[in-house]
Design a protein around this ligand. Structure first.
Ligand SMILES: Cc1ncc(COP(=O)(O)O)c(C=O)c1O
Ligand SMILES: N[C@@H](CCCC[NH3+])C(=O)O
Length: 427
């Protein structure tokens, strides 16, 4: 029996887990496993809930959290912009139909080729270093263009995030030290090819408190106060990082909670300065995480040091547990209404001891052939997957109003050879 609440788009019917009215056990049979299953309805709801709470602000979906062109297309229809972290993400966001003026190319180490591609694509760029400023000015000027830019500030803020997810600490690789920010805007003002129009920061991911954002707003507005004497800043971008409750008992602020803290702080400081820049936000995880379940089939159940359930998804499919000790709720999709009978550890098929998806979970009696669902797998799931140990990447399905559609084909063994070349002398 489940001992936790599952979000509204998930429900248990006749002992099976359903997503958006579709039986996940049938999906596993029909499309095979591992399988990412995303609810379009939940995706749209999440975006609308966030946008409604932050009415008037501009939402740039953090594309790194989910690289499905379909997900981005749906968000483009909802009016989202994109935070794109690479030339490839700029390319996909454009293909998804997001207008260039609503794309911010962020990133701490952009190649000249990526900068040129971004300039030609007409997107905005968040500059992460003095070197990048000089390169971009040269490239854009050489192309006869002027790019709208922001600078990424390292605000020196702790957001109590997992050490691998903290991005606003002064020791972080991201951003320009805040003490150097005013000077770099002065320098940019005199350079060809770049037009400073915004200021940007991002303090971390899976943040579960509102206070670090208020601190970030204040730090940013301290800088804006100095910059607005000589530059008219059109936007202040405070990044993403809005956490979700992956685990029972964890409390996460709602979009309304975040907005109630962030918007007044922002508006007060703007009013004091007599300016009215736009507020930009870059949520990734909040928009996509709970839209998706990862279905994986049980290959073997083994009683050893623990009761190991060997499944067909591992950290090659969902890396978050191995990389961040992340918690994902586990449901036995074909026994979702049965009593818990034992304590199990869910292990993947990768040749690494760290390939554990979930430890010591109370579950119904699990048998070979059962389907396990890992919840909240829509953020940093498929997009961080790999072919490690010769396992082709899995498929993705979208469900909408009770219907399922394949949105990414399962790779085959041939895909393991994709782009590999064998020198003739070895044939
Ligand atoms: C610049 C930037 N913006 C937004 C995000 C989105 O973060 P999250 O998915 O935690 O909302 C990230 C990732 O941490 C990021 O690096
Ligand atoms: N990949 C991380 C989030 C990183 C956010 C990008 N800076 C996760 O799975 O939680």
């Amino acid at each position: 029996m489940r001992d936790f609440e599952i979000p509204g788009h998930l429900e248990v019917r006749d002992d099976h887990l359903f997503i958006c009215g579709v039986d996940t056990v049938k999906l596993a049979d029909e499309y095979g496993t591992p399988l990412y299953v995303t609810s379009e309805d939940r995706l749209r709801d999440n975006y609308r809930r966030f946008a409604e709470a932050f009415k008037g602000a501009h939402i740039f979906f953090a594309a790194k959290s989910n690289n499905s062109i379909v997900v981005q297309r749906i968000l483009a229809q909802e009016g989202a912009g994109a935070d794109a972290f690479s030339g490839g993400e700029v390319y996909l966001a454009r293909l998804a139909g997001i207008p260039p003026q609503k794309i911010l190319f962020t990133g701490n180490s952009k190649s000249d080729e990526e900068l040129e591609f971004a300039v030609n694509s007409g997107v905005m760029i968040s500059i992460d270093s003095h070197d990048e400023l000089m390169a971009l000015s040269r490239i854009a000027d050489g192309l006869g263009k002027e790019v709208r830019v922001a600078f990424r500030v390292n605000p020196d803020i702790s957001a109590n995030a997992h050490p691998k997810l903290a991005t606003g600490l002064k020791t972080s690789k991201f951003g320009i030290p805040r003490q150097e920010i005013v000077d770099i805007y002065k320098k940019a003002k005199g350079l060809p090819g770049v037009k400073p129009v915004g200021i940007h920061c991002h303090i971390g991911s899976q943040i579960l408190e509102v206070d670090p954002y208020v601190e970030a707003v204040n730090r940013m507005m301290d800088l804006v106060g100095q910059i607005c004497d000589f530059i008219n800043l059109e936007f202040v971008d405070i990044g993403g990082g809005f956490g979700i409750p992956y685990q029972k008992g964890v409390r996460a602020p709602t979009p309304r909670d975040w907005a109630d803290a962030i918007i007044p702080a922002f508006k007060d400081r703007c009013a004091q300065l007599g300016i009215s820049p736009e507020l930009h936000l870059e949520p990734g995880r909040y928009i996509v995480a709970d839209t998706t379940v990862l279905l994986t089939r049980v290959n073997t159940v083994k009683k050893a040091y623990a009761n190991f359930i060997g499944v067909d998804a591992g950290f090659n499919t969902l890396i978050r547990p191995a990389m961040y000790d992340a918690y994902h709720e586990v449901v036995v999709a074909n026994r979702a209404g049965e009593e818990n009978m034992g304590t199990y550890t869910v292990a993947g098929p990768v040749c690494e001891s760290g390939d554990i998806l979930a430890r010591d979970r109370r579950l119904p009696a699990v048998r070979k052939g059962d389907v396990i669902a890992l919840l909240d797998a829509g953020a940093y799931g498929y997009c961080m997957s790999s072919q490690y140990v010769g396992r082709p990447r899995c498929a993705e399905v979208l469900v909408h109003h009770g219907h399922a559609e394949l949105i990414r084909k399962r790779e085959t063994y041939d895909d393991l050879l994709h782009n590999q070349l064998i020198p003739g002398r070895l044939l």
